[in-house]
Unconditional design. Structure first.
Length: 272
């Protein structure tokens, strides 16, 4: 692996690093992500870039102490991985394992209980295969999400999800609310597209910026940094396309119409 180097980013060098594959300083999501990182380093967060001499930045890993993680998990004294990503054309070379090993070494040096990660078969999150191969085991599950852990202290308590599905949707009530954090540079684009699509339906969205780890852990989804609420209901728990959003809204409207018709017709009358 002499052709690759892991760069431990900081507030001074982050602007020269690729962020989740994006290096353009003109990109709004990337700029917000960089600013978000600069505020998180003091909390113990680490964002490491895998750099190739020939190809530049080809991967990354981001993790934080459990008390400052942006995932709705209880994982005190663990490190919690937010993201682990390798460019598609560089997969199959053991680079994901290289990044994961750097996190595990860090956890040992910090004398942590272990390392935890939320995985999913859905988009926008790492899949479980790499972690299972490295000795992680599942300890909690909210389909399609799974919480995996590799303990460094055998007697340590298992991390667990702390997701509450109902409390936050009730808080925002009627209308369309988009809750979004800058932890992912692709969230900003999704928010813009969904806001534009919602206006074609006559809805003016309320966009609420999630600005702390504690607030992110209150979101009603294991994804932890994005949710769409409509009339007090969770309708999306990760970034989605405008097409998908409109499809959900049409389906909900059709269901509401059918429910109204059933109520209006009243109970069936007994036959003589």
């Amino acid at each position: 692996m002499s052709d690759y180097e892991i760069i431990d980013s900081n507030a001074d060098n982050i602007d020269g690093c690729s962020l989740c594959g994006n290096k353009s300083t003109n990109n709004l999501g990337r700029r917000r992500k960089a600013d978000w990182l600069k505020e998180r380093y003091a909390e113990g967060l680490r964002y490491k870039v895998l750099r190739s001499r020939e190809f530049g930045d080809v991967g990354m890993i981001e993790y934080a102490p459990g008390s400052h993680s942006w995932r709705p998990v209880e994982a005190e004294d663990y490190l919690v991985i937010h993201c682990l990503w390798v460019k598609r054309e560089h997969k199959g070379k053991g680079l994901g394992s290289l990044l994961l090993e750097s996190c595990l070494r860090d956890a040992k040096n910090r004398q942590c209980r272990g390392v935890a990660v939320v995985t999913s078969s859905d988009a926008f999150m790492a899949e479980s295969a790499l972690f299972l191969k490295a000795g992680f085991v599942p300890v909690d599950r909210i389909p399609p999400y799974e919480l995996l852990v590799k303990k460094l202290q055998r007697a340590a308590p298992d991390p667990r999800f702390t997701v509450e599905r109902k409390r936050l949707p009730r808080r925002y009530g009627k209308g369309l609310t988009i809750l979004a954090a800058d932890q992912c540079p692709y969230v900003s684009k999704s928010v813009g597209r969904i806001a534009e699509a919602s206006r074609t339906l006559g809805l003016e969205p309320r966009v609420v910026r999630v600005t702390s780890a504690r607030a992110s852990r209150e979101l009603p989804t294991p994804y932890g940094i994005f949710s769409i609420l409509h009339d007090g209901r969770l309708i999306a728990e990760r970034p989605i396309s405008a097409t998908r959003f409109l499809s959900i809204m049409r389906k909900n409207a059709e269901q509401a119409t059918r429910g109204y018709r059933r109520c209006a017709s009243g109970p069936a009358q007994p036959q003589p």
